[in-house]
Design a protein around this ligand. Structure first.
Ligand SMILES: Cc1cc2nc3c(=O)[nH]c(=O)nc-3n(C[C@H](O)[C@H](O)[C@H](O)COP(=O)(O)OP(=O)(O)OC[C@H]3O[C@@H](n4cnc5c(N)ncnc54)[C@H](O)[C@@H]3O)c2cc1C
Length: 308
């Protein structure tokens, strides 16, 4: 289903993000998690995209399998990293053949393990260029699946700002350019203080950005996970009250998890009360935290979460 139809039919959306597993054991764990999350009836799921060649095929495989087995709209992430135009053309054609009609278009994290990587060699320097290319892509199968609208396109947004552009006014200009290039929705980086999201949403409105903005939520489930999150999430801020509770929990791993899930639940409750267009759960390929958040919100599934 085209993403614009999803937002029109059932907003707010509830979506889950997975990453492609690298081993048979992690693949088993992922499919177990997916089966446990299936009854929550997500609006869509998305699959991340790495920098290396083989993990990129794993993204494709997971996208195709999840779409088939779950019968849910599955959105692949795609990045500019290490790609020429012909590569992107081939990736898009392959997705179109498999009935995929939405893409999350990203700049991409610089690869940690690719020696000699030089961004200047990538065909697209910014997600904006990738969005434009995807928008221009045309294919008969895609036309049939999308009602002639081409790929539905999502882009990333950073409520707390992206470290690559410390000037927050310029950053908003770039975001506007990226949206004007053809984006249908924005999905945000994780954040722990909803005020950052609300302020970002207002700044988007002031900049004339009027597409749905989906809030990215990642519950803390362990102290180790929190540290990793801090490393990877482009400067996310951890509010003192959250850190205080995590500190209180100390070595009690169950208590840390309860604190993280409680915090994320309260964020979701507040976002729903403030008419968020959608909530995107960074699941880390696990089902526990997301399922508990639904339970604590009193919801059986996404449809009941949309109820008042
Ligand atoms: C929801 C979500 C999903 C993600 N999934 C993945 C994934 O699957 N794989 C992965 O590798 N990474 C992923 N990331 C991380 C993301 O790729 C990085 O954070 C990346 O650094 C920024 O991506 P972007 O799409 O915002 O890039 P861009 O829009 O290209 O922005 C990158 C930086 O360049 C600046 N910029 C943008 N346009 C211009 C311009 N015209 N001129 C000068 N500067 C400009 C921006 O302000 C920003 O600082 C994800 C992030 C989010 C929020």
């Amino acid at each position: 289903m085209h993403i614009t139809d999803i937002f029109q039919a059932s907003s707010p959306t509830f979506s889950f993000e997975f990453f492609p597993p690298k081993t048979p054991a992690s693949s088993e764990r992922l499919y177990h998690a997916i089966r446990e999350l299936e009854p929550l009836k997500p609006s869509f799921v998305s699959v991340t995209y790495g920098a290396g060649g083989s993990t990129r095929d794993l993204t494709h495989d997971l996208v195709v399998r999840a779409r088939k087995e779950l019968n849910v709209t599955t959105i692949p992430h795609l990045t500019c990293v290490c790609h020429q135009q012909a590569d992107i053309q081939a990736v898009l054609a392959r997705y179109a053949e498999h009935g995929i009609c939405n893409i999350l278009a990203l700049g991409g994290d610089p690869p940690r393990d690719l020696a000699g990587y030089d961004k200047a060699n990538d065909a697209f320097q910014h997600a904006e260029d990738l969005v434009r290319f995807i928008k221009d892509f045309s294919n008969p199968q895609l036309d049939a699946n999308s009602g002639g609208r081409g790929f539905g396109i999502g882009v990333a947004g950073f409520p707390e700002g992206h470290p690559g552009t410390p000037n927050r006014l310029t950053e908003m200009d770039y975001l506007k350019q990226k949206v004007d290039a053809g984006a249908d929705y924005i999905c945000t980086q994780l954040f722990f203080d909803n005020h950052d999201f609300y302020d970002f949403r207002e700044r988007c409105e002031l900049a004339g950005i009027n597409i749905p903005i989906v809030a990215g939520i990642m519950p803390i489930v362990s102290a180790k996970g929190m540290n990793r999150m801090a490393e990877l999430s482009a400067g996310s801020r951890f509010p003192a009250p959250l850190l205080r509770s995590i500190q209180r929990a100390g070595d009690d791993t169950d208590a840390v998890k309860r604190v993280g899930i409680h915090w994320a639940t309260e964020q979701c409750r507040d976002l729903l009360d403030h008419h968020v267009a959608g909530i995107h759960f960074y699941t880390l390929n696990q089902s526990d935290a997301t399922r508990q958040i639904f339970q604590y919100l009193g919801a059986r599934d996404s449809a009941s979460l949309r109820g008042k």
